[in-house]
Design a protein around this ligand. Structure first.
Ligand code: ADP
Ligand code: MG
Length: 347
């Protein structure tokens, strides 16, 4: 018996190829993450705030709530807003405070103690005197600096039951923690929303939340402290968390050929000179990432990295000689991209 041959003719082959192609396309499409990216930038807290929200639906409500959180937080903690809680504390020396406010002060008191006073929210008298970054700022006369310096003492800030008290004449300035704190509040909000991944930038503080739809972690760029604001010296990857950077380039005053920056040494009254241009801190809490970056900037690399270790935080220290030191937990994920800097290894 003649063998029956199964021949596929050309039109059938075309149909088969078309079906395969279609199936592959459908399968590929199913693999692609279904999300929409909502991106918005605004100016708040004296800086640029950018929200990037990934969600399956539209997240207009969340965008709006985040804007409200930022505004409400600024309205409560800015020393420059006369109706704020901090302005009231500075005026009266004492205020009644809810749990949220007490928690901020408890955390700040702890970092004050752990940093041997390098981080001190009672620098208010000094920062108001320097006013760096504001119009009309000038190097203060020595006498005025001495008077302001005598008011700086974080040990006088007390939190009791429902009250916060400061010493006579003291001024509190939460500028070193406000942006990180806002990132904490935003994270709480995102947890109850249908946003499954987000990057929130509040000036030098960043929240990396949930799942990046395009990769298994987020890539965080570290700014080149001597470059334009969009120039970076390297980057690292992080699954989730908070990142804050303190740098000597953020707010400056130039006078008589000298440059003064806004992170003050509460021991001298002058901008901190610890050999660093910037320090970036990664931490599981936003307020702490911000407080620790300011503290580590004042302390310098050695003491700064010891402080970070106490909090289980990681960091990238950039020295004035353009050496970059990365703490152990970040070491493998960090890539240096600007060859004018040298990666010296682990801090
Ligand atoms: P940025 O506000 O640019 O993100 P930081 O988080 O380092 O930078 O905070 C700097 C701000 O913190 C200053 O503008 C000032 O309001 C306040 N500040 C300055 N020096 C200190 C200090 N030693 N301890 C606590 N707060 C400080
Ligand atoms: Mg800070």
């Amino acid at each position: 018996m003649a063998e029956k041959k199964h021949r596929i003719n050309a039109p059938t082959l075309l149909v088969i190829i078309a079906v395969i192609a279609l199936t592959a396309a459908v399968a590929f499409d199913a693999m692609k993450p279904r999300y929409s990216l909502r991106e918005k930038s605004t100016v708040a807290m004296g800086t640029v705030v950018t929200q990037k929200l990934y969600s399956k639906g539209d997240c207009n409500d969340t965008v709006k709530i985040i804007e409200d959180i930022i505004r409400d937080t600024e309205d409560s903690i800015s020393r420059r807003i006369s109706s704020s809680d901090i302005a009231a504390l500075n005026e009266k020396g004492e205020i009644s405070a809810d749990e949220k406010l007490r928690d901020i002060f408890d955390k700040c008191n702890k970092v004050y103690a752990d940093s041997d006073g390098a981080f001190d929210i009672t620098v208010g008298a000094l920062s108001a005197l320097w006013n760096i970054g504001e119009e009309g700022a000038a190097v203060p006369p020595d006498g005025e600096l001495k008077t302001a310096l005598s008011l700086v003492d974080g040990g006088k800030v007390s939190v009791t039951d429902d009250r916060i008290q400061i010493g006579e004449g003291q001024l509190v300035d939460l500028g070193a923690v406000g942006k990180g704190l806002v990132c904490d509040y935003i994270k709480e909000e995102l947890e109850g929303s249908d946003v499954y991944g987000a990057v929130i930038l509040v000036g030098g503080s960043v929240l990396l939340y949930g799942q990046n739809p395009d990769a298994d972690s987020w890539r965080v760029a570290v700014r080149n402290p001597r470059g334009e604001s969009n120039e970076t010296l390297g980057s690292f990857t992080l699954k989730e968390g908070f990142v804050s950077t303190s740098g000597d380039y953020e707010r400056i005053l130039e006078e008589n050929g000298r440059t003064y920056h806004h992170i003050l040494d509460s021991k001298t009254g002058y901008p901190a000179e610890s050999g660093l241009m910037s320090v970036t801190v990664v931490c599981d809490n936003g307020l702490l990432s911000d407080a620790l970056s300011t503290a580590a900037f004042v302390l310098g690399r050695e003491k700064g990295s010891e402080l970070l270790a106490e909090y289980g935080a990681e960091g990238i220290f950039v020295d004035k000689d353009k050496s970059v030191y990365v703490t152990e937990g970040l070491g493998d994920s960090f890539t240096l991209t600007d060859s004018s800097y040298t990666l010296r290894g682990k801090s």
